[in-house]
Design a binder for this molecule. Structure first.
Ligand SMILES: NC(=O)c1ccc[n+]([C@@H]2O[C@H](COP(=O)([O-])OP(=O)(O)OC[C@H]3O[C@@H](n4cnc5c(N)ncnc54)[C@H](O)[C@@H]3O)[C@@H](O)[C@H]2O)c1
Ligand SMILES: O=C(O)C[C@H](O)C(=O)O
Ligand SMILES: [Mg+2]
Length: 441
């Protein structure tokens, strides 16, 4: 089975005769598509109108469904086919809103000029007061140069904006943080660093997102060094946190010691190198990486990692295999060994579908939709901001991974990302560790 990432909604009328909905469902199923939600829109005297959401792999498969439904006689009619994903993006997904009503001149003078001048002067005299009287401390810049948008590659920052808006929406809903997308019209590391440093006064933290390797390493290292607010490249450390959490949970369910397991990483870009570093620092003895780029392999060696010469060798020898190459279908079914844990994390399509890996004998398998850094970044920043931490460090990341694992049900690899308690737990643990290390509480 392959992942079906095209989602369309079909409005279908069926005469109110038992079995008609079943005929529609069978027609969709026979084409190999999945049915999502079924919503009854209208019940007429002799007919029912429903919106049926289908998940398909290609345009051709969608056309096959349309032909199959149009071929059903007995008064079954397909009225419209709509793209709800596209509709959900109309006008964008986020907005900057005022928290204050400004309905009278008195309110205007309080919120804006002349009243605001006193607040400005206060902050000028006592800069720490900005924490109380501005939104700076609860705002995080989501910065991209568009060079590694999901697994779509270097498609530019504007094409990457829907991802950045998505991250901002998640920051708001899962952690109460104002995420502000910042699109950079440069891919030059020095210019990125300079620009981020220049905008940093307006933010309590910086989330670097979908900045490609190798320049992402230099950009992050330098910003961490030079800024005194938390900086984290999500594709590196957010991903490493969630991957470690999934591995902890898989090993717990399988009754094996993660530190004794052999871990293999395919793809040593931003995500892959950070995952290797995280597992090594966590105490896993045998971490192997492979990449088609010699430079990427050398980078892992510089960090103290070991390399495998190719994917086949790595699959042959490792108990836990993680892939972040951006290449769908890269892991062949025949490479999978019985009892392996396979985390094929590339979005929007994985290196191997979890169902295929499980059929081939894997004990646990997941893709990048479930093992996703959405489980990490909101709570990590909430915790760091609450603790007034100046950094996001390894101890805080491990605390986040362990928090996610502690919220995972036995037999699952990760929890439901929409469960508020998961993000609360991550934030709590990150804050606790940040305070212990930096504030001495
Ligand atoms: N699930 C998640 O939360 C999550 C988070 C971050 C990234 N990702 C996914 O991981 C993928 C990579 O992201 P990234 O930011 O690390 O990108 P990147 O460009 O920094 O790294 C990709 C690496 O894969 C290597 N590679 C490509 N094809 C290969 C092949 N055939 N064999 C071996 N190596 C190969 C490249 O040389 C490169 O080093 C993307 O698809 C992204 O969606 C998922
Ligand atoms: O945004 C995601 O879905 C995860 C991740 O940041 C990615 O780049 O794939
Ligand atoms: Mg990303």
């Amino acid at each position: 089975m392959v992942s079906k990432h095209m989602i369309r909604t079909l409005m279908i009328e069926t005469p109110t005769v038992p079995g008609n909905l079943g005929k529609v469902a069978t027609a969709i199923g026979l084409v190999g598509a999945d049915i999502g939600e079924v919503e009854t829109v209208k019940v007429g005297p002799t007919y029912t109108m429903r919106n049926i959401t289908v998940q398909v792999e290609t345009e051709e498969q969608l056309n096959e469904i349309i032909t199959a439904i149009e071929g059903l006689e007995e008064g079954i009619k397909l009225h419209t086919v709509s793209d709800e994903v596209l509709s959900a993006h109309e006008g964008g997904k986020i907005a900057m809103k005022s928290k204050m009503p400004i309905k009278s001149l008195a309110e205007l003078r309080r919120v804006y000029t002349p009243g605001v001048a006193d607040v400005c002067s206060l902050i000028e005299r006592e800069p720490d007061k900005a924490e109380i009287y501005t939104t700076i401390n609860n705002s995080v810049a989501i910065v991209t140069d568009g060079t590694a948008i999901l697994g779509l590659g270097n498609i530019g920052p504007v094409a990457g904006m829907p991802v950045m808006e998505g991250k901002a929406a998640l920051f708001d809903q899962l952690a109460g943080i104002s995420g502000v997308p910042i699109l950079l019209d440069t891919t030059d590391p020095e210019e990125i660093i300079r620009t981020v440093k220049n905008i940093a006064p307006g933010f309590g933290g910086i989330l670097l997102e979908d900045i490609g390797s190798p320049h992402c390493f230099e950009v992050e290292d330098c910003l961490k060094e030079e800024l005194n607010i938390p900086v984290m490249h999500d594709d590196q450390h957010g991903t490493a946190v969630v991957t470690l959490a999934a591995a902890i949970s898989a090993c717990k369910s399988a009754g094996i010691d993660l530190k004794e397991a052999k871990v293999g990483q395919i793809g040593l870009g931003a995500a892959g190198v950070a995952i290797c570093r995280m597992f090594m620092a966590y105490g896993v003895q045998a971490v192997y990486g492979t990449d088609k780029s010699e430079m990427a392999m050398n980078r892992l060696k510089e960090y103290g990692g070991q390399t495998s010469s190719n994917i086949e060798e790595l699959m042959e020898t490792c108990d836990i295999v993680i892939a972040t190459t951006g290449v769908p279908g890269l892991i062949k079914k025949e490479f999978v060994r019985s009892g392996q844990v396979i985390l094929a994390l590339s979005n929007p399509r994985p290196e191997i579908e979890p169902e295929v890996a499980l059929e081939a004998g894997a004990a646990y398998a997941a893709d990048g939709r479930s093992v996703n850094n959405v489980l990490g970044f909101p709570g990590i920043f909430r915790g760091a901001l609450n603790a007034k931490s100046k950094v996001v460090n390894h101890e805080m990341l491990v605390a986040a991974a362990e928090a996610i694992a502690s919220c995972t049900k036995h037999g699952d690899l990760v929890p439901d990302p929409l469960q508020p308690e998961v993000h609360e737990k991550v934030a709590e643990e990150v804050e606790r560790v940040a305070r212990r290390v930096y504030v001495g509480v």
